[in-house]
Design a protein around this ligand. Structure first.
Ligand code: IPE
Ligand code: IPE
Ligand code: MG
Length: 263
């Protein structure tokens, strides 16, 4: 499947067909998480600085946000900057922060027009002033929207998220608001930042790395995995739809046997 570019008509007949097929088949993943990896290698292959890879990756973000909206995905969680990414060279961290700010400024009207609601998980307060304020303002501005929830994981680490949840649980027990006997999986999940959007049904990782890198550890307990060698800047609508179509062919057994699911 090739996503043809034809200037005036950017939605080709092929894409229209794929969208139709996906919708007819049903069983569309409600929440998709993406570990957007491979920007650096994309740039290196072209003899460009790593930052150019990050810039090119923004096109892929635009494409998947649009594609998710087209097929009715409810939530899209994008691993945008990890807790561990603070350990990169200072110049790269600064460039990423500047790019984040620039992108939300450039995209806010388009996101609004597409009825996208923005949220974030992670330690957003750890971001430098300008992107921190930019994110908060954008979340507020788009808060009334009712379409796709675009969730940016920023300064995010899943272990830290779990530890924060445990701390809040400890406080609630101390204050008599929570009985330890009442803690079960559902109750625990209410202490996580993803509480309103639930667990991803599908987790995509680009660039071929077969690891989770501290992303949504609790939430992906039963996610279907789609790992592709495609580098993030080369990941477009077509491959996003391919991942969804692949998901639609899978049988999620949740520990049961196939016959039980058909009954
Ligand atoms: C993903 O691409 C973007 C971020 C982690 C911010 P990378 O920058 O990790 O690209 P590679 O893995 O070095 O190719
Ligand atoms: C994961 O990518 C983080 C993001 C995509 C934001 P990394 O490139 O940082 O992951 P590792 O460190 O190689 O596992
Ligand atoms: Mg990487």
């Amino acid at each position: 499947m090739v996503y043809l570019q034809c200037g005036e008509c950017d939605l080709t007949d092929q894409i229209v067909d794929i969208v139709k097929r996906i919708k007819e088949r049903g069983n569309i993943p409600a929440h998709i998480g993406i570990i957007m990896d491979g920007n650096g290698r994309w740039a290196k292959k072209r003899g460009l600085p790593r930052t150019e890879g990050h810039k090119a990756g923004i096109e892929s973000v635009r494409a998947v946000v649009e594609a998710a909206g087209e097929v009715g995905v409810k939530a899209l969680t994008l691993y945008t900057f990890s807790k561990e990414n603070w350990n990169r060279p200072q110049a790269e961290v600064s460039a990423l922060m500047a790019l984040l700010l620039q992108t939300i400024r450039n995209e806010i009207d388009e996101l609004d027009a597409k009825n996208v609601r923005l949220m974030s998980i992670g330690d957003v307060d750890a971001l430098p002033y300008a992107p921190r304020i930019g994110i908060k303002k954008t979340i507020k501005r788009l808060s009334k929207n009712t379409g796709l929830v675009l969730n940016l994981a920023l300064s995010y680490g899943s272990r830290q998220e779990i530890i924060n949840a445990i701390k809040k649980i400890g406080t609630d027990i101390q204050k008599g608001r929570l009985d330890p006997a009442d803690i079960d999986e559902q109750r625990f999940a209410t202490y996580l930042q993803t509480y309103t959007i639930g667990d991803p049904d599908l987790l995509i990782r680009t660039s071929g790395e077969q690891r989770i890198s501290n992303f949504l550890l609790w939430q992906i307990a039963y996610a279907e995995l789609y790992i592709t060698p495609t580098l993030w800047p080369d990941f477009g609508k077509t491959e996003f739809f391919r991942a969804i179509e692949n998901f639609q062919t899978r049988e999620r057994r949740f520990g049961k046997v196939s016959e039980q699911l058909q009954a």
